[in-house]
Design a protein around this ligand. Structure first.
Ligand code: NAD
Length: 517
């Protein structure tokens, strides 16, 4: 994702070879990679393993042990012990000491930058330009939350005289054991966004990486140990969502869950958490819209929207998949957008010049193909019809881009389609565009494209989305909330702001009356 920068980092690949250290890590001395529980690598009592593959070539990168209920329980217990440990646990560790360990951890990530880039590029199927931008988020996120942690008062707030002889004050403390359930599309970024605020607030964390991309979290887990985090402060629990993830959601010792993923899974986990009072925040999918006003340059804006839409091949939660363009410029816009998508270079993600690589797995590939068919059956007119693509010498999950023209009367694009996929709907005016954009139950990111900034801001504020943009999209900045409205997220402001830090704390009221019996 772009970080407060209207320059669009997303598209092209440099040639990238697997570094030896990455190969050694994946090989793990001939043993499957274990989870990390209480500072130890564990194979898991389920005796189950799964293979993680390169989506662009189907090559097996590593075999990984799946964590069962026993490992989740052991991770919770070791986190509870590390959290308290008498009066010397992680919750009692001074913020300066926490910052020192986190700083060391960031330095180790930078020492092994090539390994972590290889995880993103080969396990996550990402082009190098985007992987490099993602990698930079480790330091940026850590530094932002280290500053926030210095500002926010934990423990006792200032006292009020609430009644004669009665004092009251607030008391802020960490939750204790918190879990981060992470999707596959931005593993390093989303692991960083979870662990830094959670750890700095004093919690011990369980990281549940997506089954498609477990490598970066496992490698970061090893670096955390080297950085000097006490055993149990950070555990990494790879496995399938319906098993390992479900065991985490069902464990009453997990006090808080930070979930990033699809709305359906988020809703399911929320119901599970509710059964035993585990709190949860959810950052979920989107179906982003862009409104292009009549005064915009149709060709330049079509190119920019195309670049944002294709960020990580359209597998970016907040990006643009629905475009509403003023009919006065629609013909030129549509032609330019079709040219842009039609000329994307489809290829292997680690080969020079690739702009559109493979999608992450066969399920996604099938879902995207089904969505292309459904868009046509709902009345969408194919400008680029999508379908399977072939890349010479590679057997990955390749697809062609898809673009459809639609009309305002039928919603041909109701659900998130995670690919270089968009619908373009010519509209009579901005008000009609806004009404159509806001009909979606999703609400993550939206933008207005116009020379008239004041009008653009006025319209953008009316979006039912967490991130509203003018002449840019996919924007994220530390200090501003990144979260979703509607089925895209909540509760809470989102990630990357001060409220994110306080999400990882709970607050109580303390009342003290004199003993006058
Ligand atoms: P997903 O919902 O399928 O899986 C997300 C995580 O949940 C994975 O780790 C998975 O193993 C786990 N999981 C699945 N079932 C579970 C269960 N029953 N209990 C506990 N855990 C379970 O999502 P995905 O396909 O990995 O990721 C893509 C989705 O994530 C898209 O919808 C995308 O828009 C969204 N996303 C949102 C943001 C954001 O910040 N709003 C960022 C990135 C991705």
């Amino acid at each position: 994702m772009s970080v407060a920068n209207t320059e669009i980092r997303s598209l092209s690949a440099k040639k990238f070879d697997r570094p030896q250290k990455f190969l050694d890590f994946c090989h793990n001395g001939g043993r499957p990679l274990g989870g990390i529980v209480g500072g130890n690598e564990v194979t898991g009592t389920m005796n189950a393993t799964f293979q993680t593959i390169d989506p662009g070539s189907h090559e097996v990168l590593a075999t990984v042990c799946e964590m069962g209920a026993a490992e989740v329980d052991a991770a919770v217990r070791s986190a509870q012990a590390a959290y308290s440990n008498g009066n010397t646990g992680w919750r009692h560790t001074a913020v300066e000491e926490k910052i020192a360990v986190i700083t060391k951890f960031v330095e180790l990530c930078e020492r092994d930058r090539d390994v972590l880039l290889a995880c993103e590029i080969f396990d996550g199927g990402k082009v190098s330009e985007l992987a490099e931008g993602d990698f930079d988020q480790i330091r940026a996120c850590a530094e932002y939350f280290c500053e926030v942690a210095k500002r926010i008062t934990m423990g006792d707030g200032s006292a009020l005289e609430v009644a004669p002889g009665v004092q009251g004050y607030s008391y802020r403390e960490p939750w204790g054991v918190v879990a981060g359930i992470i999707p596959w599309n931005y593993p390093i970024v989303l692991t960083s966004w979870f662990i830094f605020p959670a750890l700095l607030a004093g919690n011990c964390v369980l990281i549940k990486p997506a089954e498609d991309t477990p490598l970066s979290a496992l490698y970061m887990g090893k670096l955390a140990e080297e950085a000097g985090f006490p055993p149990g402060v950070i555990s990494v629990l790879p496995g399938r969502g319906e098993l390992t993830g479900q065991f985490i959601a069902e464990h009453p010792g997990v006090r808080y869950i930070s979930f990033t993923g699809s709305p359906g899974v988020g809703q399911h986990i929320l119901r599970t958490c509710d059964r035993h009072g585990t709190r949860m925040k959810r950052e979920m999918g989107g179906n982003g819209s862009a409104i292009v006003l009549a005064d915009a340059d149709p060709i330049e804006v079509a190119r920019k929207i195309g670049r944002y839409t294709n960020q990580h091949f359209g597998q970016t939660c907040c990006t643009i998949h629905r475009v509403f363009v003023d009919q006065a410029i629609a013909d030129d816009f549509i032609e330019a957008q079709r040219d842009f998508f039609g000329s994307l270079k489809i290829g292997y993600q680690a080969e020079e010049g690739t702009e559109l690589g493979a999608v992450i797995n066969s399920t996604q590939q099938e879902r995207i193909l089904a969505a292309q068919r459904q868009t046509v059956s709902r009345g969408g007119q194919a400008l680029l019809s999508g379908g399977l693509a072939e890349v010479s010498g590679k057997s990955g999950y390749y697809l062609k881009p898809a673009l459809f023209q639609t009309t305002p009367d039928v919603d041909c694009n109701p659900a998130e389609v995670f690919h270089a996929f968009a619908t373009i709907c010519p509209v009579s005016n901005a008000e009609q565009a806004l009404e159509l954009a806001n009909r979606s139950p999703y609400g993550l990111g939206a933008s207005v494209w116009t020379k008239d900034i004041e009008r653009g801001v006025n319209l953008a504020k009316q979006f039912r989305d967490g991130t509203c943009q003018i002449n840019c999209h996919n924007q994220i900045a530390y200090g501003l909330p990144y979260g979703g409205q509607g089925i895209s997220g909540g509760p809470g402001a989102g990630v990357n702001c001060e409220e994110t830090f306080t999400d990882y704390t709970q607050i109580k009221a303390i009342y003290v009356s004199q003993y006058d019996a």
